[in-house]
Ligand binder design. Structure first.
Ligand SMILES: O=C(O)CCC(=O)C(=O)O
Ligand SMILES: [Mn+2]
Length: 194
């Protein structure tokens, strides 16, 4: 989809060059080796399977979070993640206190249809999603009528989802078997106090 169209979907703001190419590439190289990646399993229709990507959860000590039946205890901020958090806090005007990092090792890794609608995020969460490495498609589908759009999330791009975006849309990162390189996505979130 074009950037013009992206700008018109309420609750989605796309900044293709939030980080410069080389800064984003350097950051990718440090995070791919520097974060404590795990591959949790989730139960789907009674079958436990590893998620089709790796993930790592960082944040303030009290920013606990459950999703897809997984309890996430945050690890303490790394220096790189803390710098990005501070930049994104001032850019988005949100007190982000955690980040879920996803590592898509290649185009066989993916993220299925979901909304980030957990109670801990409140009804209208702002989520800042920074992409590093390989470009991957981010598809959105309206819960009401199935209307679909897609963003190409390239190295250094930032997608900010806010307002009713999690209520009105589901999103996914589909498999793209032709993609041979890895991608890291950092979703900065604000976990509300229990
Ligand atoms: O990888 C992405 O762009 C999206 C990740 C995502 O939806 C999530 O972590 O909830
Ligand atoms: Mn999500």
């Amino acid at each position: 989809m074009s950037f013009e169209l992206a700008a018109k979907i309420d609750g989605f703001a796309f900044e293709p060059h939030f980080l410069g190419e080389s800064e984003a590439r350097d950051l990718f190289a440090r995070l791919v080796h520097g974060l404590a990646w795990t591959q949790p399993t989730i139960a789907l229709f009674g079958v436990r399977r590893p998620i089709p990507r790796l993930e790592a959860w960082y944040g303030d000590l009290d920013a606990r979070y459950r999703y897809s039946g997984i309890a996430h205890e945050p690890m303490p901020w790394t220096p790189e993640l803390a710098v990005l958090r501070d930049r994104l806090r001032s850019y988005a005007g949100e007190p982000f206190n955690s980040v879920l990092a996803n590592l898509y090792r290649d185009g066989r890794d993916s993220n299925g249809w979901h909304s980030d609608d957990e109670a801990e995020l409140g009804p209208t969460p702002t989520i800042a999603s920074l992409s590093l490495g390989a470009t991957r498609r981010f598809s959105i589908k309206a819960t009401a009528n199935g209307e679909r759009h897609a963003f190409e999330l390239s190295n250094g791009s930032l997608l900010v989802m806010s307002g009713t975006s999690q209520q009105l849309w589901r999103h996914a990162v589909p498999k793209e078997p032709q993609v041979q390189h890895a991608r890291i996505n950092l979703t900065f979130r604000t976990i509300l106090a229990p």
